[in-house]
Design a protein around this ligand. Structure first.
Ligand SMILES: *[C@@H]1O[C@H](CO)[C@@H](O)[C@H](O)[C@H]1NC(C)=O
Length: 356
């Protein structure tokens, strides 16, 4: 058979098969029309699926956030046990302290970020270690058993475009390298329209997870450390041990000599001190990154506490703007107004005029 003949034959074959193909197509269309019209009770499900493709379920995000923090914590533990941190420096912080990075930061980042990204591919996720590249990461599937049995949580859908997730794969890296493990946490925060709604602070070396979803529920551990009637008679301020000098002076000047100071490390840990009433306030006077504070902000909100910058403004965790909060921080469970007023008054009267 010549080449042209073969082509003709193929052409004819296709031609003959067009009719049954058209019939099949019409039949399938009729079946679909039949199902959509005659199974009216199934319509909400079908149409709902289409409508919900731009939504994300906050209950699922909560489960994923808890799992991510715990999985990241396992990486941190693993590196600590291997005794080979492979510590290096990311440079200096604004306070001039070393800004260390270890394998634990990198491995935790990859597990947390990639794990969440695989389940929620269209949600914006920011991590402290976004510059790291990840390969061969063990991901995870959603496991609702990370919630306690009495946690009654609704399926609440929000627009994906309104959601930002903030990850801190290892808070208090400096203390991690010094084996001051109690300060180390892994954190995940979910913000909706810039407001912190879900916060997870996991302490891998203590083996506890504090999580809360504003207006819904909180972890049993969080409920257990949170006193019903926190005593707040005397200011007991927790501040960073890495640059405590200036903020200690500020505390004494603003709250008086009778005020006490609890030096600690890690923003996550310090928020837990406020929540457990080991401190009445957490004060930070310099820059701090949003992945350090978002989870604590959400948890404080859930417990009726407050976190603001030192101008008494809420911190915006939306996708716009800088990931740095450069106006300081005050976190309290009670009496936020009283604390912030004293701070603002003092700062107003002691701010040196700008150099010309
Ligand atoms: C509060 O302080 C006590 C005593 O130092 C300590 O045992 C406890 O773990 C602290 N709470 C938290 C949440 O760290």
């Amino acid at each position: 058979m010549s080449y042209t003949k073969r082509r003709e034959k193929m052409g004819r074959t296709i031609h003959i098969h067009r009719v049954p193909a058209a019939i099949a197509l019409i039949t399938i269309t009729l079946i679909i029309v039949y199902f959509v019209n005659f199974h009216a009770d199934e319509r909400p499900a079908v149409y709902g699926l289409l409508r919900n493709q731009n939504k994300v379920n906050l209950r699922k995000l909560l489960i994923g956030a808890i799992q991510a923090a715990q999985r990241g914590g396992l990486e941190v533990l693993d590196v600590a046990q291997s005794r080979d941190l492979r510590e290096r420096s990311k440079g200096k912080t604004d306070e001039g302290a070393n800004d260390p990075f270890t394998d634990a930061d990198g491995r935790s980042h990859c597990v947390m970020k990639e794990g969440l990204h695989r389940i929620f591919p269209r949600v914006k996720i920011y991590s402290e270690e976004d510059k790291e590249s990840c390969s061969n990461v063990n991901t995870f599937d959603l496991d609702p058993t990370v919630l306690h049995e009495t946690a009654n949580l609704p399926n609440e859908l929000v627009d994906i475009k309104d959601v930002t997730v903030w990850i801190d794969p290892l808070d208090a890296t400096q203390e991690f390298t010094e084996k001051l493990y109690q300060y180390v946490t892994t954190m995940v925060c979910v913000a909706v329209k810039g407001k912190p709604i879900i916060g997870v602070i996991h302490s891998p070396f203590i083996g506890q997870t504090a999580w809360a979803w504003v207006d819904h529920s909180m972890s049993e551990y969080l409920a257990s450390i949170h006193p019903v009637n926190p005593d707040s008679s005397k200011p007991l301020i927790t501040v960073s041990r890495s640059h405590a000098g200036s903020v200690k002076d500020l505390t004494r000047n603003v709250f008086g000599e009778e005020s006490e100071i609890l030096t600690a490390a890690g923003a996550g840990y310090k928020v837990l001190q406020v929540i457990s009433n080991n401190a009445t306030a957490y004060l930070h006077s310099t820059k701090i990154k949003k992945w350090d504070i978002c989870a604590g902000d959400a948890i404080l909100n859930a417990l009726g506490g407050a976190m603001t910058n030192l101008n008494d403004e809420l911190i915006d965790y939306g996708p716009e703007g800088s990931p740095v909060n450069d106006q300081g921080l005050l976190a309290t469970l009670k009496n936020h107004d009283e604390y912030i007023e004293k701070l603002m008054e003092y700062r107003k009267s002691h701010t040196a005029p700008a150099h010309r």
